[in-house]
Design a protein around this ligand. Structure first.
Ligand SMILES: Cc1cc2nc3c(=O)[nH]c(=O)nc-3n(C[C@H](O)[C@H](O)[C@H](O)COP(=O)(O)O)c2cc1C
Length: 438
């Protein structure tokens, strides 16, 4: 039985995951539009032998323009630039199934996989929120269930497009002039509820065949989708119990689909607020907390859970929230916030402080030892196959993590000391389970 190792994904977001990161003296907001900043982050993560780096994405301005550090880069473009500055680390980009066409998306990831030598991954999102829809000639987002139905048809098509060229399709015979064997390249002839795609893809099979498929929704529909299609799942949990319940549920759904339970890796988020001592970590957490601009935080929370909380008094508890069935935004994040507020009887101001670090992902302030303990506990108690590491400040927090937590994880035999493969699927232990190169 091979040793079980953690998978670590570096979730890169601007100059840090804390919503006020750009205001902290340890960050440089001028780095946001600078590709060198992101290349540097990826190199730090690669030095720490992380499995992958990951970029989230939306198709609208996030939060309010006045107080929010703006996202500058579109992920596929940025990861293509990062590919040339790294050699092993996986490159996971978010692309929405609601506002793109399968043929475009299949090409983008095929290109990234070719350029990076087999390191591409796709975080498949359905995109909640009407503001995004309004950038694409629509008034409102489609219903939650319809978004996932569209996503299922979308991914079925992209998979078939990536498979439309067999690995052995190229002949390249200079003498006869035969470049490719048309018998090894197939049309799709797809006609479904949402899409009509003829195919084949206009790109030869890429090193991984298909990019690693990642999914990040945790509602009922989200979990069903993940069990059918995903190979890694990003998820947000506030407690060990909630993460364990999610992990158990998702793995059961995966086996119900006839898939190997290890074919899907579950990665909850962790925001490590590190200090040499607990007092130092707590001080950093407090400093960050004090930089939150409440009016902005309320707007972001309203957008995130799909319920308008602007104007609600900060020192009161939340108003009566609608039943989750009526929420058309991110259902699992809505439930996370509702449960947190009820469990701990929090006021709106306290909720903003709890969410400021990681938008619902668990924030752990501590020393390298306590954070290593935390990771080990979740890993060994059936809550995680690895973690989405979300440093509050970048690059500072990622450097700290790589210098202090990674060596401890290695000493405990929980994490690799060097890369043993070259593709993203290799790192996630999915090479054997990868779609066959026919
Ligand atoms: C770690 C993580 C990263 C995510 N990144 C994105 C993203 O980049 N873009 C996006 O639209 N949604 C993103 N989401 C949101 C999910 O795709 C999904 O909409 C949300 O979790 C709610 O899904 P649900 O309605 O199935 O619960 C992310 C979620 C998680 C946990």
């Amino acid at each position: 039985m091979p040793e079980r190792h953690l998978h670590l994904n570096a979730f890169l977001m601007g100059v840090g995951h804390h919503e006020a990161a750009w205001r902290h003296p340890l960050t440089d907001a001028a780095a946001l539009p600078d590709v060198r900043h992101f290349r540097n982050l990826a190199r730090i993560a690669e030095h720490g032998t992380f499995d992958s780096v990951f970029l989230a994405d939306g198709v609208q301005v996030w939060g309010d323009i006045e107080h929010t550090a703006a996202q500058v880069f579109e992920p596929i473009t940025l990861l293509t630039a990062i590919a040339g500055a790294t050699s092993h680390i996986g490159l996971i980009a978010t692309v929405s199934t609601s506002y793109s066409e399968p043929y475009n998306v299949a090409r983008w990831f095929s290109s990234l996989d070719h350029i990076s030598g087999g390191r591409a991954g796709w975080n498949i999102v359905t995109t909640a929120g009407d503001r995004s829809a309004q950038n694409f000639s629509r008034d409102a987002a489609a219903d939650h269930a319809e978004r996932y139905e569209r996503a299922a048809e979308f991914v079925d098509i992209t998979n078939r497009l990536w498979d439309s060229w067999d690995a052995g399709a190229l002949v390249v015979d200079k003498r006869t002039g035969v470049y490719a064997d048309p018998g090894k390249v197939r049309e799709l002839g797809h006609t479904g509820r949402f899409y009509q795609v003829r195919g084949p893809l206009n790109s030869i099979r890429s090193p991984q065949g298909r990019p690693l498929l990642v999914q990040a929704g945790s509602s009922e529909d989200g979990k069903t989708f993940a069990a059918q299609h995903a190979e890694a799942v990003f998820t947000a949990h506030q407690t060990l119990d909630s993460a364990k319940a999610f992990y158990t549920d998702l793995k059961a759904r995966v086996t119900e689909q006839g898939r190997d339970r290890d074919a899907v890796k579950v990665l909850p988020g962790i925001v490590p607020v590190l200090g040499a001592t607990q007092a130092e970590a707590d001080r950093l957490a407090r400093e960050l907390d004090e930089l939150i601009v409440p009016v902005r935080a309320v707007r972001q929370l309203s957008e995130m859970i799909g319920v308008d909380l602007t104007g609600h008094p900060l020192d009161r508890r939340l108003p009566q929230l609608p039943p989750v069935q009526r929420v058309n935004g991110a259902k699992s994040r809505f439930e996370l916030v509702r449960d947190l507020a009820e469990r701990e009887r929090l006021t709106l101001r306290q909720i903003l402080s709890r969410l400021g670090g990681g938008r619902g992902h668990q924030v752990v302030a501590g020393t390298p030892d306590t954070i290593t303990d935390h990771i080990q506990t979740w890993f060994e108690q059936g809550a995680a196959d690895g973690f989405n590491v979300m440093p509050p400040l970048l690059p500072h927090g990622l450097e700290q993590f790589v210098e202090t937590v990674v060596p401890r994880l290695r000493d405990r035999g929980l994490f690799r000391t060097h890369y043993t493969g070259s593709t993203l699927r290799d790192h996630y232990g999915l090479s054997n389970l990868a779609p066959a190169a026919v």
